[in-house]
Design a binder for this molecule. Sequence first.
Ligand code: OAA
Length: 166
Amino acid sequence: MACLATSEICDTNQALVIKGDVRVLQPIFQIYGQCRAFSGPIVTLKVFEDNVLVRDMLESPGDGRVLVIDGGGSTRCALVGGNLGQLAQNMGWAGILVNGCIRDVDEINACDIGVRALGSNPLKSSKKGHGDKHVPVNVWGTVIHDGEWLYADSDGILISKSELSV
Ligand SMILES: O=C([O-])CC(=O)C(=O)O
């Protein structure tokens, strides 16, 4: 699937941007993974320094969706590592956005998915299984709902209420 360029989306959908139906995420995410550009319907997850639910979600078929993990912005441990990156690739996820950290960067960079995260931290997270699936999350001021669309490329990350075309 050819990916829409985020800058083009913003130029051709100015009314949607003004209305807030298309929002630009804060430009604070690092780019990882083989796919610099990716898009898809969003599945949301809210966790804090605990990635049991991340594995749970990635074990189900991705069907080209994007997993948005709101880790509360914590950079004290990693929510996704090489194994989960591989799992996401094998299960057909288009990408993962982590409002938090990843680890095993070299392994994740070899995976055929797109990944965005605040940075990397070699510490693993706790494994208690706390968190919520499919809930609205707030990522640095941008509220993201399950079922919305994410478009990411080298220029930035967009959240759209619905699928976009040019
Ligand atoms: O299990 C974890 O905490 C994450 C990880 O290291 C991996 O996915 O390889």
